[in-house]
Write a protein that binds this ligand. Sequence first.
Ligand code: ZN
Length: 224
Amino acid sequence: MKQEKKEAALVCFSGGQDSTTCLFWALENFSSVCAVSFVYGQKHRKETEIAARITRRANVPFELLDVSLLGQLSTDSLTHTGIPMDEEQPEGSYPNTFVPGRNMIFLSFAAILARSKGIRHIVTGVSETDFSGYPDCRDTFIRSLNVTLNLAMDYPFEIHTPLMWRDKAQVWALADELGVFDLVRNETLTCYNGVVADGCGHCPACKLRKQGLEKYLQIKNASN
Ligand code: ZN
């Protein structure tokens, strides 16, 4: 990675644990970094304010793009207040927190924005290790979209997924290595119910985050 230190990167940023860790990973690995967040009809618009605040602290230029058509077309519980959120994954299906096409749309718009800035590196916090099995978080999808974007825009994009093979405990470990453990713990918003830091405690995103944190702290304390 270090050989790319001379180049710039655009981070797909939501202000959550994963993309915040990616933002600081990018600052270590690229000469300059900018970030983009999306309004897609999410119930918790607070996440865009939090994203803006974290990028100000990191001194990273921030842009907010409106793709709210996505939430109008989708029937998921993140964009529709009337749909109660699945707290468990339904047998043989995705939880209704899955927003079909979201990562494809985000990465496609991020690529258009990156190209306009002469940036070819795009960073995203997706992972197929410790998540709800969303198809657009899988490595195969990212590689496929990378090829498609390069063909679509005749441009050598490289999509980086530093969290792809890390479980949540390893994501906490990375934040700690990068010196931003406290910032990630106290200032990010991962919770599907819009509660900052440790969150509501019972939604699927909070459960994953908490399990990972406890596992990481256990490993860390055992090695000290
Ligand atoms: Zn929560």
